[in-house]
Design a protein. Structure first.
Length: 272
């Protein structure tokens, strides 16, 4: 399975779009891996997780053809994860898409409500599939299991476990998760992960409601290892970093590395 991190920042980006704080100043000066766009990733080129406001930048930066993406999995309806207005550009005359191409959007009721008129209009070439935590389904060559997140309390926020059926590789993709709810822990016990991606929004700051930071991510990894969900050779990454967390990329490497966790960065590619 091929995994590509398109963006690795929280809602404001890093540097923050309007921010003058010290953490953003340092990121601007350092550049490189410290410049982070809003979080999204690709699996095997045709499966995308979330549709942030930086999607067009990702298209230009990574040479993407969004018309080729067949499945988009939305974690929740917050704008930094589901900038649904971008989907208006799928219809003529804004886009001329090859015959037969259709993209399926997966998500909760709020996601479905936001694009209902688009799905009903054949010009958009969109389908919607409502997801519920712990109810697995097949999307192309993937078996997908939504998991309940502790986030966005006005809706059912989710993260996803992807099992690539031809190779038997399994990846957990978590952006805004917070510390996992009890029913998610119970459901996780059935999985054996080759790779896990964790919500590290808070960085060096404490906290686990709605978002996690380094200490919670480390504890989460330890618990998953005790359960046998993670093996000693499973790959672990942290992502969705906020500037309020304070640590630049090299500092995140120093803080997470001793625990076998790598901080992701925009453009990182991983082959399982």
């Amino acid at each position: 399975m091929k995994v590509k991190f398109l963006g690795t920042a929280a809602a404001e980006g890093w540097p923050g779009v309007f921010c003058e704080c010290e953490n953003c100043r340092r990121a601007r000066e350092a550049g490189g891996k410290n410049i982070r766009t809003r979080s999204s990733l690709l699996l095997n080129d045709i499966y995308k997780v979330d549709l942030p406001p930086d999607t067009y930048l990702h298209v230009l930066k990574y040479g993407l053809n969004l018309a080729e993406i067949e499945h988009i999995f939305i974690t929740h309806s917050h704008q930094d994860h589901f900038y649904f207005e971008e989907l208006n550009m799928r219809r003529p005359p804004f886009a001329h898409i090859a015959e037969g191409r259709v993209t399926t959007i997966y998500g909760n009721d709020k996601v479905g409500d936001a694009i209902a008129s688009m799905v009903e209009n054949p010009g958009y070439r969109l389908r919607f599939r409502r997801c519920e935590p712990f109810r697995s389904f097949t999307a192309g060559d993937m078996k997908v299991t939504p998991m309940r997140a502790d986030h966005a309390y006005d809706q059912v926020a989710m993260f996803y476990i992807f099992e690539y059926l031809p190779e038997g590789k399994t990846v957990l993709v978590g952006f805004d998760t917070g510390w996992y709810p009890p029913d998610t822990w119970e459901a996780l016990s059935q999985f054996r992960l080759d790779m896990a991606i964790f919500d590290c929004t808070n960085g060096a700051r404490e906290g686990r409601r709605g978002h996690m930071g380094i200490s919670a991510v480390v504890e989460l990894k330890v618990e998953l290892e005790k359960m046998g969900v993670l093996r000693a050779d499973s790959l672990c990454f942290a992502t969705h970093f906020s500037h309020n967390g304070g640590l630049l990329h090299h500092q995140l490497e120093e803080a997470l590395g001793p625990y076998g966790i790598q901080p992701a960065y925009d453009g990182l590619e991983v082959e399982l």
